[in-house]
Write a protein that binds this ligand. Structure first.
Ligand code: SF4
Length: 428
């Protein structure tokens, strides 16, 4: 009886419990790959139903209840699924990619039966995926593809087809598409660096594992699991969990990976991904954006049939350059520190992306008679406020870690810059 009372009043070690629960989850993912494969094919079926049904029965097609079904399919796809995936990836990592993504399932399936060729050097360039997401987003926004289910089917269907072809040509039972070419994956890799979950490797245990050693990890993303230090590119599939009793799913404080990046980890492509794609592109694609209107006035040339593409591209470049100059000045003209600080903008950039998705969700909900009014506006503002605050904390920690003098002034300038970005997101 006394021991029962003692156990009830003993302080609960939530950290230990959480670690154990995460380890169980990671090991479950590793052990139940058969169940995950079934789940993946179910997601493939649902995904294509949600894409194809609205394209066959668009609004005004006169298909009666099928048309209504198509509207709900659109709501599910754009108002629930897409914002949900963005939020989940930012907070918990790329589980969507490793466990659910239909393109990942298709490319890996094709790769098991394909040619299994070596991956050419040009495929490994990070620029492809970033260019692909920039072009896709521009196309979807400027052609109003979101209100045209057929245009969306064309855009996402083409992506699936390319993933299939990539699997048929390259790698053996791998996801070459996800690692190097997936347009969305390029942005998810950046967002996942902020996540609170990560597959952690204990190098001591790994190297000292008793013989006979288990078979090498079959990482579908072709990662060197032994040297895994972060979430970038890890699709959280869990296949390495428990390997050599050294790999386990664990938690960390949000953004620690970003603050602890070393000089060798900083990449120009990531800087472009954050400043040019996440921030620049996502608020310059709004036609109401003052910077796009300004650029449209500036490029009003008689021989150009449509100035919008050019105006948006120039606006994106202008925003990216302005942000880079600001970061360069804040860092005291240190290119390395400016690059590092740009990673700190990932949360607010992701917040902008989620806000765009959120606004579109509201439009869709309105179409089916659900209006959220002022509460939705407040939620959107709260989202930007929260992600801006997160970026500010990361920037301040990066500046403190750099050991540069005058860090208070630098932090104040960084706060002003993030505040400016957030204000523009809310205003646009
Ligand atoms: S390191 Fe590879 S095997 Fe392990 S969870 Fe990430 S993607 Fe899967």
């Amino acid at each position: 009886m006394t021991s029962l009372v003692r156990s009830l009043i003993r302080p609960v070690r939530w950290g230990d419990r959480l670690s154990r629960a995460l380890q169980v989850l990671g090991n479950w993912l590793q052990l139940r790959q058969d169940a995950i494969r079934c789940l993946q094919w179910a997601v493939v079926a649902i995904y294509y139903v949600l894409l194809i049904v609205p394209a066959i029965f668009p609004p005004g097609s006169g298909a009666g209840s099928l048309e209504q079904l198509a509207v709900w399919a659109e709501v599910l796809f754009w108002a629930v699924w897409w914002p949900g995936v963005l939020v989940f990836t930012l907070l918990f990592g790329q589980f969507w990619c490793g466990v659910f993504c239909p393109d990942g399932t298709v490319t890996e399936f094709a790769s098991r039966r394909g040619l299994g060729s070596k991956i050419p050097g040009w495929v490994r360039k990070p620029a492809w995926a970033l260019m692909a997401i920039a072009v896709t987003t521009l196309y979807e926004h400027l052609s109003h593809a979101y209100s045209s289910p057929r245009a969306i089917l064309l855009s996402l269907g083409l992506t699936s087809l390319l993933a299939l072809v990539c699997g048929l040509l390259m790698g053996r039972s791998k996801r070459v598409w996800c690692r190097y070419l997936c347009p969305v994956g390029s942005i998810f890799s950046l967002m996942a660096r902020c996540a609170v979950l990560q597959f952690k490797v204990d190098r001591g245990r790994w190297d000292g594992a008793p013989k006979p050693l288990p078979r090498a990890v079959d990482c579908p993303l072709l990662l060197d699991v032994r040297r895994l230090r972060g979430n970038e590119k890890c699709s959280m599939c869990g296949r390495c969990s428990g390997h050599r009793d050294a790999v386990r799913l664990g938690y960390r404080w949000p953004g620690s990976e970003i603050v602890n990046l070393g000089v060798a980890d900083l990449r120009n492509s990531d800087v472009f991904g954050v400043l040019g794609v996440m921030i620049g592109l996502f608020f310059s694609v709004s036609h109401a954006s003052p910077i796009v209107r300004l650029m449209t006035d500036m490029v009003r040339l008689p021989f150009l049939p449509s100035q919008t593409w050019l105006a948006v591209s120039l606006a994106t470049a202008a925003i990216a350059i302005l942000l880079w100059v600001a970061l360069y000045l804040i860092s005291g003209t240190s290119v390395q520190l400016a690059k590092h600080l740009s990673y700190g903008l990932i949360p607010v950039g992701a917040g902008g992306m989620i806000l765009v998705a959120f606004h579109y969700s509201l439009e869709l909900f309105q179409r089916v008679g659900l209006a959220f009014g002022a509460a939705a506006q407040a939620l959107g503002n709260l989202l930007i406020l929260g992600t801006a605050g997160w970026s500010i904390v990361l920037g301040a920690m990066i500046l403190r870690r750099s050991g540069r003098s005058g860090s208070c002034v630098r932090v104040a300038c960084y706060v002003a810059m993030v505040g400016g970005v957030a204000a523009l997101f809310v205003a646009v």
